[in-house]
Design a protein around this ligand. Structure first.
Ligand SMILES: *[C@@H]1O[C@H](CO)[C@@H](O)[C@H](O)[C@H]1NC(C)=O
Ligand SMILES: *[C@@H]1O[C@H](CO)[C@@H](O)[C@H](O)[C@H]1NC(C)=O
Ligand SMILES: *[C@@H]1O[C@H](CO)[C@@H](O)[C@H](O)[C@H]1NC(C)=O
Ligand SMILES: *[C@@H]1O[C@H](CO)[C@@H](O)[C@H](O)[C@H]1NC(C)=O
Ligand SMILES: *[C@@H]1O[C@H](CO)[C@@H](O)[C@H](O)[C@H]1NC(C)=O
Ligand SMILES: *[C@@H]1O[C@H](CO)[C@@H](O)[C@H](O)[C@H]1NC(C)=O
Ligand SMILES: *[C@@H]1O[C@H](CO)[C@@H](O)[C@H](O)[C@H]1NC(C)=O
Ligand SMILES: *[C@@H]1O[C@H](CO)[C@@H](O)[C@H](O)[C@H]1NC(C)=O
Ligand SMILES: *[C@@H]1O[C@H](CO)[C@@H](O)[C@H](O)[C@H]1NC(C)=O
Ligand SMILES: *[C@@H]1O[C@H](CO)[C@@H](O)[C@H](O)[C@H]1NC(C)=O
Ligand SMILES: *[C@@H]1O[C@H](CO)[C@@H](O)[C@H](O)[C@H]1NC(C)=O
Length: 478
């Protein structure tokens, strides 16, 4: 009797002390500091290398190290087990190199003791570079196999998603855009002496808000002298940045045209797929990492209703920013008992700039009042914004040729498993950027495409309309 009480007390105590276990994570990461898009090819700078490397070190200290603050269940602490990692980046030098730099921080060289193997004849062989560890970075596998190249001014073209391209192009016909173009004409001309070696007077307008901002921003970091730099007061720099924020957010997300956020939709599907595989595999592959563009952050932020949490989510994320989805549980986890999905939660975190120097903060997703979100709630909310398989992608994008030639005639579910149209060469990634190119698709055509599209895609709730308006207004002050 007495011992029974003790037992009950003991189990109560262990309940109270329940330590959260991280079962797995998904990290979506921006590249580090790079050269300007105006001087292609863009490349990762030494500063950028430091940023992604230190971010990798930060996540190592949080998740991987033997004495990590929030260790991931069963993860190998020193010698990398490549089967536990799924690392992806588009085929792009800046993003691929950023991923490699990050991984060097996540799994640094292990030295001579761990980093050597004994051969059959008894000879010890050490890995080069003091036990450097090789970790593959795979090309992003998505429904569209999009390659968001840092060499293109705007990234939507490379999504290859017809309706998304049309939707983004329609931005250039919107009242918001046209009035901003008009209001800011004098402002842009006032900085022409700073940029006239690279931009003509005709190019010097809100139409090129991002490339102009990028050119000046990169020069501010790297050029010791800038022509007419006296024009670049803090207010002017701030204005250039917020105008670029406004321009890029609107190109990446529009509450009434969810297809514009295709990059966020495919990312959402990839996140759920990876985290679900972590659960079904009982944390056999528990670390998902993807490097991508700020436009994908924007699209996801919009779809996940983060601008209603903070207007900050309508600003371009800094270099080496990361958003992290932690799969966590308070249930007991051991070799013999893995928690059921009902006991698993997802925590969303974001660091603006390298997490080594900027706080990794928790935010509630989908306008929910709680964080972390129960796994099942997370799955159903992500499901509303996800586009994950080829058939749904083709349908939502209104594409019917190339990889989509046969997909649209197949039944909408299960078509992705068919082997037809699997040739990668069907994907044209060479769609030119919107900026500087003639916008040839009319508004009417765009609206028609939208009406067709609405049949194939779940619409986001109406109230997000207000959110975007509210979110954009403060940024838009000129
Ligand atoms: C973690 O362990 C390493 C060596 O194993 C040690 O150098 C480091 O100080 C430890 N960190 C903490 C926070 O205890
Ligand atoms: C052992 O094998 C390795 C690889 O074949 C070779 O380089 C090395 O010379 C051998 N050592 C001896 C002592 O035979
Ligand atoms: C989708 O359609 C657009 C416009 O027709 C085309 O440029 C793009 O290459 C297509 N994407 C794929 C993946 O076939
Ligand atoms: C967003 O989409 C709506 C509906 O198509 C359109 O009226 C509006 O101009 C768009 N806004 C922007 C900024 O693209
Ligand atoms: C802006 O709009 C006003 C009023 O319609 C017009 O008078 C002015 O010329 C426009 N400015 C530019 C730069 O287009
Ligand atoms: C750029 O503007 C400055 C200042 O107005 C002028 O001196 C210079 O000649 C211009 N350079 C070019 C290439 O137009
Ligand atoms: C900064 O330096 C680069 C490389 O020398 C040059 O191409 C660029 O025009 C410079 N930026 C400015 C604002 O002059
Ligand atoms: C998770 O994976 C299992 C096994 O592949 C599958 O049956 C299930 O539908 C997946 N769940 C989600 C939410 O994707
Ligand atoms: C928004 O950004 C500002 C400035 O960086 C910061 O002080 C504030 O805490 C941020 N708000 C949220 C909700 O993260
Ligand atoms: C990140 O920082 C930039 C300023 O560099 C800001 O414009 C943006 O709103 C911030 N984003 C978030 C989500 O805090
Ligand atoms: C685990 O328990 C702690 C302490 O009660 C709580 O703060 C945390 O949110 C819980 N985590 C989950 C995933 O339920």
């Amino acid at each position: 009797m007495h011992s029974k009480q003790l037992l009950a007390l003991a189990s109560l105590a262990s309940l109270i002390q329940a330590q959260e276990t991280v079962l797995g994570v998904y990290i979506f990461h921006r590249h580090g500091d790079r050269t300007s898009k105006s001087w292609p090819p863009a490349s990762l700078t030494d500063l950028g290398y430091h940023e992604v490397f230190s971010s990798g070190q930060f996540y190592r200290d949080r998740y991987i190290d033997a004495n990590a603050s929030n260790p991931i269940y069963n993860v190998s602490p020193n010698l990398v087990k490549n089967s536990q990692l799924n690392v992806q980046a588009p085929v792009d030098t800046v993003l691929q190199n950023s991923a490699s730099g990050f991984l060097q921080g996540l799994y640094p060289p292990v030295g001579a003791t761990l980093g050597s193997q004994t051969l059959a004849n008894g000879t010890d062989i050490e890995a080069p570079l003091n036990g450097f560890q090789l970790i593959p970075v795979n090309a992003v596998q998505s429904a569209s196999s999009s390659a968001n190249s840092e060499n293109s001014a705007w990234l939507q073209g490379s999504s290859g998603c017809n309706n998304a391209i049309v939707s983004s192009n329609n931005y250039f016909y919107s009242e918001e855009y046209l009035s901003m173009l008009n209001k800011t004409a004098d402002f842009y001309q006032s900085v022409l002496p700073v940029i006239n070696t690279t931009f003509t007077s005709a190019q010097d307008s809100f139409k090129n808000a991002y490339t102009i901002y990028d050119y000046i921003h990169v020069s501010e970091i790297h050029n010791s002298t800038i022509p007419s730099s006296d024009l670049l007061t803090p207010e002017v720099l701030h204005q250039l940045q917020t105008l670029a924020d406004n321009h890029e957010f609107n190109l990446a997300y529009n509450a009434s045209e969810p297809i514009r956020a295709i990059a966020g939709s495919t990312l959402a599907a990839q996140i759920v797929q990876q985290l679900n595989a972590t659960i079904t595999g009982k944390s056999a592959q528990q670390v998902g990492i993807q490097f991508g563009a700020y436009g994908s952050f924007f699209s996801f932020f919009g779809l996940a209703q983060l601008p209603s949490v903070s207007v900050n989510f309508t600003g371009i994320v800094d270099y080496a920013s990361s958003m992290t989805f932690e799969l966590v549980t308070n249930a007991t986890v051991s070799q013999t008992s893995y928690p059921s999905p009902d006991d698993i939660y997802v925590r969303f975190l974001f660091a603006n700039g390298t997490a080594a120097a900027n706080p990794l903060s928790e935010y509630p997703l989908f306008g929910q009042q709680q964080s972390p979100l129960p796994w099942n709630t997370f799955v159903s909310e992500m499901g509303k914004i996800s586009i994950g398989d080829q058939a749904s992608w083709c349908k939502a994008c209104g594409n019917s040729s190339g990889v989509c030639a046969s997909a649209d005639t197949a039944s909408s579910t299960g078509a992705q498993s068919s082997s037809k149209s699997s040739s990668g060469s069907g994907m044209s990634l060479g769609v030119a950027g919107v900026i500087g190119a003639m916008v040839t698709l009319g508004v009417i055509f765009g609206l028609e495409a939208l009406i067709i599209l609405v049949g194939g895609l779940r619409l986001v709730p109406k109230r997000r309309l207000n959110i975007t308006t509210a979110a954009v207004t403060p940024v838009a002050k000129v």
